[in-house]
Design a protein around this ligand. Structure first.
Ligand code: SAH
Ligand code: SF4
Ligand code: F3S
Length: 445
């Protein structure tokens, strides 16, 4: 391409579109560029370099990237500017060169190659044309990332990447590659650095986080026990788990480790065995329900969360009804639900039996009504309890702060406790999406 000479960018803006790991990657890319002497700006329209950290999971997410690029260009053009645009994340991995052809961006970088971002930006700035890196190198990117200096009280830490499960609807095994676990020592190191940088809670991330293994084949509970020993770290969470990797050892950790919060995101996707089989979920409705029983036996107050897809190819009304009855049986504290979106290259995209759009809409509404009902009931059941809240940010009202309960509910309260404090709070009020509390005791700052 006859790309014009661009100057080296001085300011940058990272916009993340995807899951928590995508957000984590976005933060790390930001740290990488800050370490190069670039300055972060909150205003995408003022930045010399905009990094669009993309998600490929559903068609809408992918299309959003292209509309965003158009909007950015138009706005900058009106000001006589031509910012450098880098596309990172899972769309970059899936579409690669195609993005350069379609949208003429300057840099395309995949999720396993973003430690090379500064070099790619420099190459694009030299006028050599678009710079592209979608390799999945054997050596991990993590060693090449800078140490983290200042983080929020609740921080993410990637411990496992990739997916070998190949659910028939899902692009993740293709965009993120095979399952790889980071070594225990590197994770403990990063966790300590996060605590030194201000973290009080760490959420361990992985596409199949409970598939994490150390060199001696110990499971995620071994890592949780190691993190449990870090002074100053008060809370541990992990996400996303696959039902088939929920081992006895990990379930036991929910009974034994006080720092491990009573919350588990355990997607089931659907409640009917034919659909689960067609999805290649390799668990059944019953095996999932029995698993939930065992988890609740270990930690009776655990809050459960899930992901659901409505309108998978061939899904009948009766099969969808099985998803509703599963929801009734479990009683989720919160959940995410999606309309099935056919993704290029996945087996489900080749299956017949597309569910009409109106039927999908109707099923999604029914599903969300059931989930909202259970979420409201779960929230209402916490009224009268006293629990620890980790203060994360200021509220809208003067003197009001917002934090999270152990069950991951948002709690607002009046307090002069600073961000990062743990406060003993009596829950006095519950809404559909948040709780109100009264401060009882300050625990730690
Ligand atoms: N590894 C995680 C997250 C996968 S992506 C897991 O297994 O749960 C997050 C959610 O997006 C999935 O759980 C699923 O509910 C949804 N999803 C994935 N592919 C989809 C598709 N093609 N259409 C609609 N929803 C999808
Ligand atoms: Fe996708 Fe299934 Fe892997 Fe989750 S377990 S990332 S839904 S293939
Ligand atoms: Fe999206 Fe990639 Fe995460 S497709 S959900 S950003 S792993």
């Amino acid at each position: 391409m006859g790309a014009a000479m661009k100057t080296n960018p001085k300011t940058f803006h990272v916009k993340s579109f995807g899951c928590q790991m995508n957000v984590y990657d976005g933060e790390r890319m930001g740290e990488l560029m800050a370490a190069q002497g670039m300055t972060a700006t909150d205003d995408a329209d003022a930045a010399d370099l905009v990094v669009l950290n993309t998600c490929h999971i559903r068609e809408k997410a992918t299309e959003k990237v292209y509309s965003d690029i158009g909007r950015l260009r138009k706005h900058a053009g009106a000001q006589g500017r031509a910012p450098m645009i880098a596309v990172a994340g899972c769309v970059a991995q899936a579409e690669g060169e195609e993005i350069v052809r379609r949208a003429k961006v300057d840099v395309v970088v995949g999720p396993q190659a973003y430690h090379n971002l500064p070099e790619l930006v420099a190459r694009a700035a030299s006028g050599a044309g678009a710079a592209l890196d979608t390799d999945m190198p054997a050596e991990s990117k993590f060693g090449a990332l800078p140490r983290r200096r200042r983080v929020a009280p609740s921080a993410f830490l990637t411990v496992q990447e990739g997916c070998d499960k190949f659910c028939t609807y899902c692009v993740v095994p293709y965009t993120r590659g095979a399952e790889v676990s980071r070594p225990m020592a590197a994770i403990v190191d990063e966790a300590k650095a996060l605590v030194d940088a201000g973290a009080r809670e760490i959420t361990l991330l992985g596409q199949n986080v409970n598939g994490w293994r150390d060199a001696d084949d110990n499971g995620l509970e071994a890592l949780i026990h190691a993190l449990d020993r870090i002074e100053g770290l008060h809370r541990i969470r992990y996400t996303t788990s696959h039902p088939n990797d929920m081992t006895d050892g990990l379930i036991r950790a929910h009974a034994d480790v006080e720092k491990l919060m009573p919350f588990l995101h355990l997607p089931v996707q659907a409640g009917n065995d034919r659909v689960l089989k067609a999805m290649n979920r390799s668990h059944s409705r019953d095996s999932y329900l029995r698993l939930i029983e065992r988890i609740r036996a270990a930690r009776p107050d655990i809050a459960l969360s899930g992901d659901f897809i409505v309108g998978f190819p061939g899904e009948t009304d009766a099969e969808f009804g099985d998803t509703i009855s599963l929801i009734d049986a479990v009683g989720y504290a919160q959940a995410f639900s999606f309309k099935y979106s056919p993704r290029p290259g996945t087996p489900a995209a080749e299956m017949g039996g597309a569910v009409p759009a109106e039927v999908m809409d109707d099923r999604l509404q029914q599903l969300q009504a059931a989930l909202n009902r259970d979420q409201a009931a779960f929230n209402a059941a916490t009224v009268g309890r006293t629990c620890t809240v980790l203060i994360e940010r200021r509220g809208k009202l003067p003197g009001q702060m917002l934090g999270k309960s152990p069950w991951l509910q948002s709690v607002h309260l009046m307090t002069d406790a600073p961000i990062g404090a743990l406060v003993e709070v009596e829950i006095v009020q519950a809404g559909p999406n948040s709780l109100g509390g009264i401060e009882r005791v300050r625990k730690a700052a």
